[in-house]
Design a binder for this molecule. Structure first.
Ligand code: SDX
Length: 465
């Protein structure tokens, strides 16, 4: 095997049915590869020393090589920027099969939950692992409903922002500030306090997001109304005004509830991993969720729904699509087709299918026919799915491709799209946070590195430099 700059190349660990490769860096010597017949051990041979690492099987999906003892045994690190081949934890919450386009929440397929369940019930499922009985559902829904108000002092935070502040900037600040109000639910080692903190976050996120929206409009805040269900209450806090009676369309409320279900969790995505890493130091849940909101804001992640709609508006008409497809394929152009591609899905994102159907329902309910943005989106999808570049790279529409058109039709500005994503994903973040705290194998997250900087050198005084 070719050695280069004291880097050796891939060390492939074989398993009868799977090949798992780790790229290792050493200063000298040669790493050969051993193929192990034993199905439960991955063999590694370094400088004629053989090491064995346990292979662990999950219920579904790829097995893992437990390399937690690798550094202690071999003095080597693994190297996997972006964690494309790295499992950070064991989890029972969500399963994604990227090749088959499958998404399960605690074993239930996302399309069935979107069709049959509601967001509060799905939240219960993600948090507890089981669908609730009628009594369990009523207790949980009542608890969430009675935690929707925020402390009156928190309202003053909004007046500290500029009127054109991005709602995600407000969400980062206000959610982090919850730590200053709820000292009775910040002890992460107390399961009861974790339950209270989780319910507070899930209940208050719609109120905080709606207040960010109202603040951007210069309209008065609308208090939660306990007579309304979770999503209808959110719509009311967003669109009611003191001067008129607010009518909430059940179709729109149901569609938004479905959208929340689709966004609730998605295994170890960037923002969930951020929440887990922040929480691994023992940080309180409000601070950890605020870190997740900050990560979600990025256009490569939860900010893609806002970026995708802005892209569709920039394209503007079907005849301009080829120009943008060309840009997306140009290696020298940083432009990407927003709402396309996914780290895990190398097939159609199952959420995008439900999202597209919901989009049509909402446009029909609102009497919006031939929405120009939808025409551009449908044509763009058709062209991209038949273009070799996208086919070879397995780039399909993801959840963010159709969500923007739907949310815009509902009356939300693009700047609110990611705030809605954060509202829904709070359920997944809380569920994953609890699972991490309860996992005895979890420790403070502290990755290592491949150091390629200077070797030790002597300080030189300013007058001789
Ligand atoms: C979400 O992780 C999750 O689960 C996230 C999420 C969740 O629910 O939490 O599903 C939500 O974040 C969905 C993704 C939203 N982001 C976007 O729509 C932004 C556009 N998509 C890309 O930025 C990209 O596809 C990512 C970030 C989503 C995935 O990036 P990867 O896995 O690191 O893939 P990559 O960037 O290495 O791309 C692989 C190749 C590259 O070409 P080569 O260097 O191999 O030649 O595909 C190309 C990329 O240039 N490519 C694209 C593209 N996405 C990838 N080219 C054009 N347009 C795109 N959208």
């Amino acid at each position: 095997m070719k050695n280069e700059n004291q880097k050796n190349t891939l060390v492939s660990l074989f398993r009868k049915t799977k090949i798992i490769s780790i790229r290792l860096y050493r200063h000298k010597g040669k790493i050969s590869v051993s193929k192990k017949e034993n199905l439960n051990t991955a063999g590694l041979n370094i400088k004629n020393e053989s090491y064995g690492f346990e292979l662990k099987d999950g219920t579904l999906g790829p097995s893992v090589i437990d390399i937690s003892s690798l550094y202690g045994e071999t003095g080597q690190f693994t190297y996997d920027p972006g964690f494309t081949s790295t499992a950070s934890c064991e989890s029972k919450i969500t399963y994604i099969d990227g090749e088959k386009g499958i998404l399960l929440y605690r074993g239930y397929p996302i399309d069935e939950l979107a069709e049959e369940s509601n967001f509060v019930e799905t939240a219960y499922l993600l948090l507890s692992g089981e669908l609730p009985t009628k009594e369990e559902y009523q207790e949980f829904e009542l608890a969430i409903t009675h935690h929707t108000m925020v402390h009156e002092q928190l309202i003053k935070f909004y007046n500290g922002f500029r009127s054109d502040a991005h709602p995600m900037a407000i969400m980062c600040g206000v959610v982090g500030a919850l730590s200053a109000f709820y000292h009775d639910s910040t002890d992460v080692n107390d399961p009861h306090q974790r339950m209270i903190a989780g319910r507070r976050l899930i209940a208050k996120m719609p109120t905080i997001a709606a207040m960010a929206f109202k603040f951007s409009l210069g309209q008065p805040f609308v208090y939660p109304n306990n007579e309304l269900d979770y999503t209808a209450n959110f719509l009311n806090m967003c669109f009611a005004v003191p001067a008129a009676k607010n009518q909430i369309s059940p179709t729109i409320a149901r569609a938004l509830d479905k959208i929340f279900i689709l966004h609730a969790d998605h295994e170890q995505n960037a923002s969930t991993s951020t929440v887990r890493l922040a929480s691994s130091s023992g940080a309180n849940p409000f601070a950890a969720i605020a870190a997740g909101i900050a990560c979600l804001w990025g256009p490569a992640h939860g900010g893609a729904n806002e970026a995708a709609l802005n892209m569709l508006m920039e394209i503007g008409s079907v005849d301009k699509i080829p120009e943008f497809i060309k840009k997306a394929k140009d290696k020298n152009d940083p432009f990407r087709l927003m709402g396309f591609g996914h780290r895990v899905y190398k097939n159609y994102d199952p959420r995008a299918k439900v999202m597209q159907a919901t989009c049509h329902e909402v446009l029909k309910e609102l009497g919006i026919v031939d929405d120009p943005l939808l025409q551009v989106a449908l044509e763009l999808e058709k062209i991209a799915l038949n273009d070799d570049y996208f086919v070879e790279k397995k780039l399909y529409p993801n959840i963010d491709f159709y969500s923007g058109i739907t949310l815009k039709a509902m009356g939300f500005p693009t700047t609110m799209f990611t705030a809605l994503f954060a509202l829904a994903r709070t359920v997944g973040w809380v569920a994953q946070w609890n699972e991490m705290i309860e996992d005895p194998s979890q420790r403070i997250g502290r990755p290592r590195q491949l150091y390629t900087g200077y070797d030790r050198r002597k300080y030189s005084k300013l007058d001789v430099r």
